[in-house]
Design a protein. Structure first.
Length: 341
């Protein structure tokens, strides 16, 4: 390597020049000096603590600020790196500093800050988990939730919060649709959340099998929808209410086809914006074609709602059930991003 020209060497030397010596301070009495140092120390400690708290809030926000337009690329990435970094069995969302902060007593005027931080943290947890579920396959999602089942309570709390302003709740539409089916039918609620369908319709004589990643309500069976603990042709209707979340969502539908009896019904509600490709074109026709290849005939489609569409399909009587004979080409769907609060 060539030696640097002298001018450059001088420049780099100057960079490390010690700061000019401070003018001498007037002497202080020993006691006063001690008090000043103690006060300085306290101030610095306070500043360090505030910085640490600020960093914790930032961590949560940064993690949920990831773009969700390329779900396949980031598959499993979100699930692998929860905010706060877990690994040790404690909640991945509550680093020690947060736990201490949240459980600490109210300080002077600290109540509103705490409430604000709680809301931000809750929103951050929800969005992180939402992203993790949309960018993982079903098996990965189940493994993640099995480690910390209480994550799903937090998820459902956040989900309810995010959708409470929607003009109609899709789960209520599913219930209304099921009420129009012959009474007493057997239903599989796939990705049931807090199992509202079972809670509403079981008392009316319906048999509802509720499945989700965790048992978030009484009667819910925890599993991955790609492998349902049901026999072939066991149900009359299968419902996916905003639950085609995994990157392998096609396997969920193929499993639904297996457990549906011939001429059984499939009801799907999904967020409209998920069904658009990178060029802005709708992938709904490709999705319907894939359903056709699986042996379903689409009977009704309602895209009038600004938030989600509803699709009703019927398993054709002649379709054999069981696993599809050939690979079905499911279009890639976008992750759904709920708004930041
Ligand atoms: C957006 S929530 C909707 C919950 C409920 N259907 C409703 O509308 O109130 C979607 C649900 O699907 C569940 N889910 C996602 N992937 C799943 C999988 N592979 N197996 C089982 N459940 C899954 C999630 O845990 C979540 O509870």
């Amino acid at each position: 390597m060539e030696a640097a020209p002298p001018a450059q060497r001088r420049k780099s030397k100057n960079k490390f020049k010690p700061a000019p010596a401070e003018p001498p301070k007037p002497a202080q009495p020993a006691q006063q000096l001690h008090r000043t140092h103690a006060a300085d120390g306290k101030l610095q400690k306070k500043r360090r603590k505030a910085k640490k708290q600020q960093r914790a809030v930032q961590d949560v926000d940064d993690t949920v600020g990831v773009q969700a337009d390329a779900p396949q690329q980031r598959q499993q990435q979100a699930a692998a790196a929860p905010p706060g970094g877990s690994g040790g069995g404690s909640s991945p969302f509550a680093p020690a500093s947060w736990q201490a902060l949240v459980s600490s007593k109210k300080g002077k005027g600290g109540g509103s800050l705490l409430a604000q931080m709680r809301a931000r943290l809750q929103g951050g947890r929800f969005r992180w988990l939402n992203e993790a579920l949309y960018t993982s396959d079903g098996a990965t999602a189940l493994a993640m939730v099995r480690k910390e089942p209480e994550l799903m309570d937090q998820y459902h709390e956040g989900f309810r919060e995010q959708t409470k302003g929607w003009p109609v709740q899709p789960v209520d539409q599913a219930i209304a649709w099921l009420r129009r089916r012959p009474p007493g039918i057997t239903v599989a609620d796939l990705g049931c959340g807090d199992a509202k369908i079972a809670a509403t319709l079981a008392p009316c004589g319906y048999t509802v099998h509720s499945f989700d990643l965790a048992e978030t309500a009484p009667g819910v069976v925890a599993c991955n929808m790609a492998a349902l603990p049901l026999g072939d042709a066991a149900v009359d209707a299968a419902v996916f209410c905003l639950s085609l979340m995994g990157t392998d969502y096609g396997l969920f539908l193929e499993e639904a086809a297996r457990v549906l009896r011939p001429a059984g019904w499939l009801w799907i509600a999904e967020v409209q914006s998920r069904f658009v490709d990178d060029g802005g074109r709708s992938v709904l026709p490709a999705f319907e074609a894939a359903l056709g290849a699986l042996g379903f005939a689409v009977r009704r489609k309602d895209t009038s709602n600004s938030h989600f569409f509803v699709l009703e399909a019927q398993r054709q009587a002649r379709s054999g059930g069981g696993k599809p004979k050939q690979r079905v080409a499911w279009p890639e769907l976008r992750a759904c991003q709920y708004k930041k609060r």
